[in-house]
Design a protein around this ligand. Structure first.
Ligand code: ZN
Ligand code: ZN
Length: 285
């Protein structure tokens, strides 16, 4: 009799590690630990290069705002403590609810093999597009008078942001914007029944990379928007923090362009470029 339970491919090293992580353990608890600890490790290590950059005088020319300095050790410490508290008291309860909801929507959790990389990339791209659209409107809504005053103002405490400030936000804002991150995968899962936790985890990691970079306050030559057309990056979001208006999207520049919420930003950029040219001409003379 043939054995039909033998997998059609040998698990890769990562797939074997994934399997052994779940084997004999409570799937919900492993998922919870995986999501929470990976979020902690990824968030703070992603902030590290910018904290190091703060200490290197030669890199200060890449700081987007040269006049307003808020990335002092005192502010970083204040934000670090708040974000850590927010992770434990606001984000952890949301992560606790993730497993039952994900299973209900049909997400594959502990199974292997993982989906092919091309499928993961396609799904993650769709999540980026969905989240960006959601974030654009939710964020624009948060700038409405009472919502701004009672919720979003806290995130805008920093008019010259720094990496750690990416998740410095009111718990209601954490909930609203977190919904944008997770509802893309859940909606996809509901309609296709074709999504693995590893893809969701990779998406969340890339989303964290994006959020920290956008708040970093640095525009390096190697920053993502300098080589990825249409990407927002720090140069785009920093203006939002500085001017308290325009540039509501998070990952891409197209929604602000389509809905006309980048006009002040474009005028500012044009002025800046002119100033830069004038300085270069002065140097040549
Ligand atoms: Zn805002
Ligand atoms: Zn922000």
């Amino acid at each position: 009799m043939s054995n039909t339970t033998v997998p059609y491919t040998t698990p890769s090293f990562i797939e074997s590690q994934w399997q052994s992580l779940f084997e004999g353990r409570n799937e919900a608890l492993v998922t919870l630990a995986l999501l929470f600890f990976s979020h902690e490790i990824i968030y703070f290590t992603r902030c590290l290069p910018y904290l190091i950059a703060d200490q290197i005088p030669a890199l200060q020319k890449y700081k987007i705002q040269q006049k307003t300095i808020q990335n002092t050790s005192q502010n970083q410490w204040k934000v670090f403590r708040y974000v850590l508290m927010s992770h434990f008291f606001f984000e952890l309860p949301m992560i606790v609810g993730f497993h039952p909801v994900a299973v209900y929507f049909g997400m594959a959790i502990s199974s292997v093999p993982f989906p092919p990389l091309s499928k993961m990339a396609m799904q993650i791209f769709l999540f980026f597009v969905f989240e960006d659209f959601f974030h654009y409107w939710a964020h624009r809504g948060l700038h409405y008078g009472p919502f701004y005053k009672h919720i979003h103002k806290l995130h805008h405490e920093w008019s010259a942001p720094f990496g750690l400030a990416a998740e410095y936000a009111h718990p209601i804002e954490v909930l609203i914007l977190g919904t944008g991150t997770i509802s893309g995968p859940l909606i996809w899962c509901y309609f296709t029944h074709d999504l693995h936790l590893i893809t969701t985890l990779t998406w969340m990691t890339l989303r964290l990379f994006q959020a920290v970079e956008a708040h970093s306050g640095y525009d390096f030559p190697w920053s993502t928007h300098n080589w990825l057309p249409g990407w927002s990056g720090a140069e785009h979001h920093d203006y939002h923090h500085m001017a308290f208006t325009n540039n509501f999207s998070t990952s891409f520049r197209w929604w602000d362009h389509i809905f006309g919420t980048n006009k002040k930003y474009l005028a500012y950029r044009a002025r800046k470029d002119q100033e830069l040219k004038a300085q270069e001409v002065k140097k040549e003379l």
